[in-house]
Design a protein around this ligand. Structure first.
Ligand code: NAD
Ligand code: UFG
Length: 344
């Protein structure tokens, strides 16, 4: 394959890891990102890693004219759509922004793609589409029923894509339901470095371990889980990125909509992740018990069996790998190491 891939949100955490793989595999990559949660130096970092630079356009996925300009110029074979807002807690406080970007942005993008005859689409969905009372592990057939506005935006987009493909069978769509990606690229050049305060656990854990922030706030130690803290299915971001390449190969073979869980199949609690971090990097991150965070569930983890069966994909890396690589990136990215923030 030497097709062109349009990657929205390609300078972000997951998208950048996928771009690194695509570039290394000789594909042409065009990124559209508004840099609202990522850095402008990511394209150069991608070039250092792969020896090839992606084309970068700064723009908003809700801007139809900008999208049309890019799509008509490059006629991408595939669109990988990562651009979006992703924080469960924030989605409860600002649902309109989540519906606007995640749902409105995707519909704007799909309209433009339809106009230019581009119908191969990989969507960043989420484990949050499943119902809170679904039995573990979650399979792709588990009942749906998102529990927070963020999950409802992902569920809504899945529905739109199913309807779109039902009306026009030439669409080829992968709905990838990610569990909890953590870790960073082996080069230390790509990782999770959001603008402003991070919401996700791993960057907060690194900052607390470095002494750059107060102790990590563990949201809920009274859940009905093994140790009272929330349980998620953490997977290494490079494993997750590889799943996208396998999904694209699947779309080469088969039309229609294909849904896959991308996780390890194993749940880890927040306290277990803190322990894995200590085992991996030798630092005991300080933490403090806090009330539950609104919109969170106690526990969920995947069955990744369908992805293994149909895509030949399996997450390989351990929790220690995830912690070690996240910490290496944290240090290399020049994040603060002490309470004075001197090295920031
Ligand atoms: P991220 O914030 O690092 O990446 C998203 C990128 O999209 C950022 O670079 C941001 O600048 C860009 N963006 C945001 N709004 C935009 C807009 N209106 N127009 C153009 N660009 C815009 O997040 P991520 O962790 O890489 O997540 C990527 C996708 O995967 C998101 O859709 C997210 O909802 C989904 N997802 C993430 C996780 C996770 O735990 N990280 C889990 C499940 C699903
Ligand atoms: N947590 C803490 N303290 C923190 C941050 C998080 O205890 O400072 C806990 C949360 O309560 C939860 C776990 O760590 O139990 C993971 O929280 P994250 O914020 O890292 O991730 P979420 O599970 O809330 O959501 C993430 C992405 C979503 C995605 C979902 C899929 O942000 O976009 O994983 O499982 F859809």
């Amino acid at each position: 394959m030497s097709e062109c891939f349009l990657v929205t949100g390609g300078t972000g955490y997951i998208g950048s890891h996928v771009c690194a793989l695509l570039l290394a595999a000789g594909r042409d990559v065009v990124i559209l990102d508004d840099l609202s949660n990522s850095s402008a130096d990511v394209p150069e970092r991608l070039e250092s890693i792969s020896g090839r630079k992606p084309l970068f356009y700064c723009g908003d996925v809700r801007d139809a004219a900008r999208l049309a300009e890019i799509v008509s110029a490059h006629k991408p074979e595939y669109v990988l759509h990562f651009a979006g807002l992703k924080a469960v807690g924030e989605s409860g406080r600002n649902p309109l922004a989540y519906y606007d970007v995640n749902v409105g942005g995707t519909i704007t993008l799909l309209r433009v793609l339809q106009r230019y005859g581009i119908r191969r689409f990989v969507f960043s969905s989420s484990a949050t589409v499943y119902a809170p009372d679904a039995v573990m592990p979650l399979t792709e057939e588990s009942p749906l029923g998102p529990y927070n506005p963020y999950g409802r935006t992902k569920y809504t987009v899945e529905r739109v894509l199913l309807d779109l493909a039902a009306g026009d069978p030439s669409w080829r769509v992968a709905l990838l339901r990610y569990f909890n990606p953590v870790g960073a690229h082996a080069s230390g050049l790509l990782g999770e470095k959001p603008q402003g305060e991070p919401n996700n656990l791993m960057p907060r854990l690194c900052a607390a371990a470095a002494g750059a922030t107060p102790p990590l706030t563990v949201f809920g130690t009274d859940y009905p889980t093994r140790d009272g803290s929330g349980v998620r299915d953490y997977l290494h971001v490079t494993d997750l990125a590889l799943g996208h390449l396998r999904a694209v190969e699947r779309l080469e073979q088969a039309a229609g909509v294909h849904t896959y869980n991308l996780g390890t199949g194993t749940g880890l609690s927040v306290l277990e992740l803190i322990a894995a971090f200590q085992a991996a990097v030798g630092i005991a991150a300080p933490w403090t018990a806090c009330p539950r965070r609104a919109g969170d569930l106690a526990e969920y983890y995947s069955s990744p069996a369908k992805a293994e069966r149909e895509l030949g994909w399996k997450a390989e890396k351990t929790a220690e790998d995830m912690c070690r690589d996240a910490w290496a990136f944290y240090l290399k990215a020049g994040c603060a190491r002490n309470p004075d923030g001197e090295s920031k």
